[in-house]
Design a protein around this ligand. Structure first.
Ligand code: ATR
Length: 341
């Protein structure tokens, strides 16, 4: 069996499994919530195999994914690194982003309760609140670190300049981004900024939300309430183009003796020692497959061949719905911070 190693994220001392587990699909967006005991067993299995970096958010459910993790963590808390997030919220029936200091504190305390733990290893701002100077959000996060409620701070979907401003207030340990064969737009500015500042990179949806496992067939398995049904890249007008990309990926994977999803994961995992992927799964078999990708060795020629098929703008269609992209790193500049107030 393959060994799951460890990687250092950032420069502040956080060490996580070199592949993490995305827990969202257990409770949220990808069809109905999965049976609780099965998910707890899956998490225990993952931790037993060395996948100890567990990723959730208060918006997953909302809240139920953190509650599930809280149950799964009983007796194994010290073996795992828990990452959760705040900032996406329903307020009076409206979905939006919140990053004001009072909200940050209240969200952190609520997450600690649901997870039933004393501290969060890595606490991310899920999306940047463009109405609050990032320095104000970070100021509260810094206090939470000083109080021991969180160990390390992360940002998700933040622009290079927002990362820089945040990092000047308190060290950012990790930035989370959608980075995969068909989502490479962060490579121009965000990834180099993280590297310059010594910030770790965590890649969500490294399997293209499942597309790199089964291509267009993915759609046949989705229930009506599955969020992926509305993602532009999976709409009929884009599907034929994207399926051709998947076909080429499958051909290379055959030659490499692995599956297309393992090849897609291996590509992300070859991006550097500062990059940790967090594929999401609800099945032990798929978790095992994903762990296997760690042992898929890609040469420089392999990487070039794959990247020739998947240049930055390879995919047809946006990576998310317009109303979600509104909150992405492209729209994450915050107002100037007036230090007098
Ligand atoms: P996200 O980060 O949004 O969860 P992802 O990691 O790119 O997205 O992909 C997650 C999807 O890929 C899930 O639908 C998962 O389905 P299961 O819950 O049924 O596993 C699917 N997936 C993950 N690993 C897989 C594998 N090895 N083979 C097939 N599908 C897989």
């Amino acid at each position: 069996m393959e060994n799951v190693g460890r990687k250092k994220l950032g420069q502040q001392g956080l060490c996580v499994s070199e592949q993490g587990l995305g827990c969202m699909g257990m409770s949220f967006l990808y069809g109905p919530p999965k049976p609780e005991q099965e998910m707890i067993d899956l998490i225990h299995y993952a931790v037993g195999r060395g996948v100890t970096f567990l990723n959730t958010s208060d918006i997953y459910g909302p809240e139920t994914n953190e509650i599930l993790l809280g149950k799964a963590l009983k007796g194994i808390r010290e073996k795992v690194q828990i990452a959760t997030m705040f900032g996406l919220a329903w307020t009076n029936g409206e979905f939006g982003v919140k990053g004001d200091p009072a909200y940050v504190r209240a969200a952190c305390e609520a997450s600690l309760k649901r997870l039933d733990i004393d501290y969060i290893d890595l606490y991310y701002q899920h999306r940047v609140d463009t109405t609050v100077p990032i320095e104000a959000t970070m100021g509260e996060l810094k206090k939470l670190v000083e109080e021991g409620k969180i160990k390390y701070v992360g940002l998700s979907e933040a622009s290079a300049s927002t990362i820089r401003r945040a990092h000047a207030v308190h060290p950012i340990t990790a930035v989370q981004l959608e980075w995969s064969l068909w989502s490479r737009d962060s490579e121009a500015q965000i990834i180099p900024t993280c590297r310059e500042l010594g910030i770790g990179i965590v890649t969500y949806s490294p399997l293209g939300r499942g597309f790199f496992a089964s291509g267009a067939k993915l759609l046949e398995s989705l229930t009506d309430d599955d969020f992926r049904k509305v993602i532009p890249r999976l709409q009929s007008e884009n599907l034929e183009h994207n399926q051709a990309l998947f076909q080429k990926l499958s051909e290379i994977s055959l030659r490499k003796g692995c599956s297309p999803s393992q090849l897609a994961l291996a590509w992300v995992q070859h991006q550097g020692n500062d990059v940790v992927s967090i594929p999401g799964t609800t099945k032990i078999k798929n978790l095992d497959d994903n762990i296997f990708s760690i042992s898929v060795n890609l040469t420089a020629d392999d990487m070039r061949e794959i990247e020739a098929i998947f240049p930055v703008d390879a995919a047809a269609g946006a990576r998310n719905r317009a109303d979600h992209l509104e909150f992405s790193w492209m729209n994450s500049e915050t107002p100037p911070y007036n230090t007098l107030h």
